[in-house]
Design a protein. Sequence first.
Length: 153
Amino acid sequence: MDADFFNALYDRIIHVDPNILREIELHGSRYNDTQVIIEVKEQELKKQKRALDKLHESYEEDMLTKQVFLERKAIRSRQIQKLEEELKDLRKVVVDEGNYPTVDQIYERVGQFRELWSAAVTSEEKNRALKKLVERIVYDREGNRVELTVCYR
């Protein structure tokens, strides 16, 4: 890789594409929304479990017939199971989303990259600096024109 390539790559990396920043902000917003949904579902699950406990108490105190108790218990149990499955799926999403970098983290990493890059002498050192910030680089070459797409870590 020649100096022109490295210069173009450096310029592309330190000037973070506004579209990428918007996508990262949206992702962070979805993460926060998912957290709120989890909290709401957890509250609903607690409510359903309390209702099931009260249902048992009502049956034990002969306030409900066995048939009514079993019907209501089946309904509550299905609702509880559904909520637990939804929470399990949402928690998986949160774990995946939590690994996504924030805008501040991208800017911090770009700053670290600039320091490493300016201290780099060889191509290998520049590659190490790149690997700390960039997940992958896609470049299209048409004649003398090169277009770089950078995917940040």
